[in-house]
Design a protein. Structure first.
Length: 753
């Protein structure tokens, strides 16, 4: 069916997670169990179907020796087997002790294991008189190995195993399926007789194999249920007399199974089942699951042979996956070497990263990537909008605290994920700073796909009626689900090599930071030397320039009214140039003092300071029509001598560049927040081209011709140095011929150097 069937009963298989499957208190009745004290060999617990084996009731046998219970001959054979194969506690392999005849015409295979302070003997009825013949094991395994090849895929070798196990066991259907990262089983291979339904490529929900069952499949790797309609044989007494607790049957071949699972089998049309664990690197990778429509017992030697096949399959799966991962890692490391070579081509990391965009995307099999570094965001390929990326980075900074974050279903963990799932359902993010929000992020797009389930995996028990009567999944009809909001999952090799790339990237960033620190130190020394030099030169030049201006005035006075006009013009040019040079020297002297003098902050009324600067400027503006609008301004903590120079320079700048206007308008405003006070000086002057705004606050930088607007080119540089000495910042905005807006921010609390 293509959609969910709303008439199906509502079942919550999570109740299986709470079943104590290791201590069921009973065994399957196709065999018998005797538990002996490890110390004195006396029987302490027994299955209540023991009468069929011994002709005695359970209560009569507790406390007997093995010889009294089974007879001296059987006891000798069992003891001899235990001497040949000493039992190891927690061993996953039961010891096969041979075949005995406890009474005439009645033969049983004897299995033994040590656990829970007991020697647990299990007796399985067999038709043969001779011991189990394991000679079939060699040709079976040899034939299986001969069909394997180094290049065979995991599904291909799984299919070989399914066919061989079906042939050996005679079961009607054999499935090989693996568990995905969410615990769902995906059928990779299948061998079946006519009349059996196919589950090839379908998925079984994770709830079909509860958590504690998975753990037990790792400990005990074979489980046989010969008849789903069996009536369990209870243990007598109910608890282990040595511990007072239920006996742990984790490693018992006869361990009884959950009634819920038995009903599951009946609903599936399966009356006998057998499972073999596929354990890869200590993890339950998958299962070989055998089904039969009628009851079917499988003898120990055949189970042992199939278990060997399952172990070989697990080794080949591990080898195949390791080989695939090795090849993938090798390719990724080649890409990393190529990318690192590109990242060292120039000093700008962001530009270098942009230059290796194709390799960067291929490295993570991504369609988009983004680098956030030093207030810059560069996007490569198909990515979400910049605003959405910045929001994601803020979320990552607050919620992802490891060295790497990855998901292939972002919308399930990130509130804004649904808005960007088209090109960012999958995210792999590595932080490249512990202090700043610097991230390298890869994006994978949404891959809408369908999943064929063997029954609806989303049914939940609604609480109405006994859960045991609402049997597991009444239907195994194909149920198709369309999955949205996920991308292709990130492979372990991609995650591992991304971590290595992050480490290398951090090394490049650190080396760059060290180079910048070294350069800053050298620049600091050079600046101090330059400041000292400029202070000395500026100071020494002031007197000669004043002399030039003074002597020029004297010469103009000595020239009478009849002096040639050309001579007078030359003298005035000398005087004006000397005055400009003097002003330049004074500004240079002030600029050098900004870096040398210590701050002496105090409270300043900014309205008083701006008004004082305005009054000083009115002496120079003469009859110009200027509208001054100074809003209510806050009181700040700053050095008054420094700050008044910055304020004067900003207002002087506004006055200068509004000169072409018939009526100039200069507006001073302010705003405050918890961290700082921000001031704006806005005019309706000629403005400037924002393309060159980065040059605006540099020394001797001009955005207009000197012939149009005279000035030394140091005023705004002084403003920036003064504000930055206070721990603040400066910036400007403008539209050509429509005015400019200069802003500066002063922290509420000045931190003295």
């Amino acid at each position: 069916m293509d959609t969910a069937n709303t008439d199906l009963p509502q079942v919550d298989l999570s109740i299986c997670d709470r079943e104590a499957i290791r201590i069921p208190g009973s065994i399957q009745p196709h065999g018998f169990l005797i538990a002996m004290d490890d110390i004195d060999g006396r029987i302490v617990q027994i299955g209540d179907n023991i009468f069929e084996l011994t002709g005695r009731n359970p209560a009569e046998m507790v406390g007997l020796s093995l010889a009294d219970a089974l007879g001296p001959d059987c006891e000798r054979e069992i003891r001899a087997g235990l001497q040949e194969q000493p039992l190891q506690p927690l061993s996953t392999q039961p010891a096969y002790l041979g075949t005995i005849e406890p009474r005439a015409g009645f033969h049983v295979d004897v299995l033994a294991h040590a656990h829970d302070g007991l020697t647990i003997l299990e007796f399985e009825k067999v038709d043969r008189k001779a011991p189990a013949d394991f000679r079939m094991l060699y040709p079976l395994i040899s034939n299986f190995l001969s069909k394997l090849s180094d290049t065979a895929s995991v599904p291909a070798i799984s299919m070989l195993a399914a066919n061989d196990i079906k042939r050996v066991t005679g079961f009607g259907r054999v499935l090989v399926y693996r568990f995905d990262e969410d615990g769902h089983g995906h059928v990779l291979a299948e061998a079946l007789d006519p009349g059996y339904r196919s589950y090839m490529n379908q998925r079984f929900p994770a709830s079909d194999v509860p958590r504690q069952a998975r753990e037990l499949y790792v400990a005990n790797r074979i489980r046989l249920i010969s008849d789903a309609d069996y009536l369990p044989a209870r243990l007598y007494p109910e608890t282990n007399p040595l511990t007072g607790q239920p006996t742990d049957l984790s490693y018992a071949a006869l361990r009884s199974v959950s009634p819920v699972h038995l009903q599951y089998m009946r609903n599936m049309g399966t009356m006998a089942s057998m499972s073999f664990s596929i354990v890869v690197k200590g993890r339950l990778w998958g299962l070989i699951s055998c089904h039969h429509a009628t009851p079917c017992f499988v003898s120990f030697e055949i189970r042992a042979a199939c278990e060997q096949l399952a172990q070989i399959l697990a080794l080949r799966v591990e080898s195949r996956e390791d080989s695939d991962e090795y090849d993938a890692r090798l390719d990724l490391r080649r890409l990393v070497v190529s990318m690192l070579g590109g990242l060292t081509q120039g000093p700008d990391l962001v530009d270098n990263m942009n230059g290796i965009a194709p390799q960067l995307l291929r490295f993570a099999s991504a369609t988009g990537a983004a680098l956030s570094f030093e207030n810059r965001l560069v996007c490569m390929g198909d990515t979400p909008p910049e605003g959405k990326i910045r929001e994601l980075i803020e979320w990552l900074s607050a919620n992802a605290h490891d060295d790497l974050y990855h998901t292939n279903a972002l919308s399930t963990v990130y509130p804004g994920g649904a808005d960007i799932r088209r090109n960012a359902s999958g995210v792999l993010a590595v932080p490249i700073s512990r202090i700043h929000n610097h991230y390298l992020i890869w994006f994978r797009p949404e891959v809408i796909h369908t999943v064929d389930w063997a029954g609806n995996p989303h049914l939940k028990y609604d609480g109405s009626g006994p859960a045991r009567q609402l049997t597991p999944r009444m239907s195994f009809d194909s149920w198709r689900e369309t999955v949205h909001g996920t991308s292709i999952a990130w492979r372990s090799s991609e995650i591992e090599i991304a971590m290595e790339f992050r480490t290398a990237l951090l090394g490049i960033v650190l080396e760059r930071a060290e180079q910048m620190a070294e350069l800053a130190e050298e620049l600091g020394r050079a600046n101090k030397e330059l400041e000292a030099f400029s202070y000395s030169v500026s100071h020494d030049l002031r007197a000669p320039l004043r002399h030039i201006v003074g002597f020029s005035d004297l010469l103009l006075e000595f020239e009478g009214p009849d002096a040639p006009e050309r001579r007078i013009r030359f003298l005035k040019n000398i005087k004006d140039s000397a005055r400009f040079a003097g002003k330049l020297v004074d500004d240079l002297l002030s600029f050098s003092q900004m870096g040398r003098a210590s701050l002496r902050p105090c409270e300043i009324n900014m309205n008083d300071m701006f008004n004082a600067a305005r009054e000083k400027l009115q002496l120079e503006t003469g009859a110009r029509q200027i509208e001054w609008r100074i809003d209510a301004l806050p009181v700040v903590e700053a050095d008054p001598n420094f700050l008044q120079l910055a304020v004067y320079n900003l207002l002087s700048n506004a006055v200068k560049y509004t000169r072409p206007r018939e009526k100039a308008t200069i507006h001073v405003s302010a705003e405050s927040n918890e961290a700082e006070h921000v001031f704006h000086v806005e005019d309706n002057g000629v403005g400037f081209n924002m393309e060159y705004v980065h040059k605006l606050f540099g020394v001797f930088q001009r955005l207009h011709r000197m012939e149009d607007f005279q000035g030394t080119g140091i005023g705004l540089a002084n403003v920036r140095r003064i504000v930055e000495r206070h721990g603040g910042r400066v910036w400007a905005e403008s539209v050509m011929d429509r005015g400019a807006k200069f802003s500066f921010a002063i922290p509420r609390k000045i931190v003295l150097e």
